[in-house]
Design a protein around this ligand. Structure first.
Ligand SMILES: [Cu+2]
Length: 141
């Protein structure tokens, strides 16, 4: 019975692969005093059904939230929807993945592993830490 359940779980996870392509992922390099940063990327839905990014996680931060910047203010969103055949860009001034309570400074050139939890399953991406000239996200913390 137990083996059967494990087998079923493995079978389930093999099929639960989101049809989402992740491109150009990066994490903002921040000064060592900063306890927050943000991750950006392009999410393309190659499937024929709407896909939702429900949450994200990373070992570098205590909390990870989905945020949207609107009119210069950040707010938490419950999900980020990607219509079939379309892409959504997470970028400064728009949607982003907020890394809150950094466990260590993020240095330029390092890679941060971020797991994206979609409605249909999860994907893990390696996002390089990069500098950005634009610092607008920082004003709100
Ligand atoms: Cu934010």
């Amino acid at each position: 019975m137990r083996n059967w359940l494990v087998g079923l779980a493995l079978l389930g996870s093999a099929f639960a692969q989101p049809k989402v392509e992740v491109r150009d992922a990066w994490v903002r390099a921040v000064p060592p005093v900063s306890k927050v940063s943000a991750a950006y990327m392009v999410l393309k839905n190659n499937g024929d059904k709407p896909e939702k990014l429900l949450s994200a996680s990373s070992s570098v931060a205590h909390h990870v939230e989905l945020h949207e910047t609107q009119d210069g203010k950040m707010r938490r969103v419950k999900f980020i929807e990607i219509p079939p055949g379309s892409q959504v860009e997470l970028k400064p001034g728009g949607y982003h993945i907020m890394l809150i309570g950094l466990k260590k400074p993020l240095k330029e050139g390092e890679k941060v592993s971020i797991t994206l939890h979609f409605e249909s399953g999860k994907l893990t991406v390696e996002a390089p830490v990069k500098k950005s000239e634009d610092t607008e996200e920082h004003h709100h913390h």
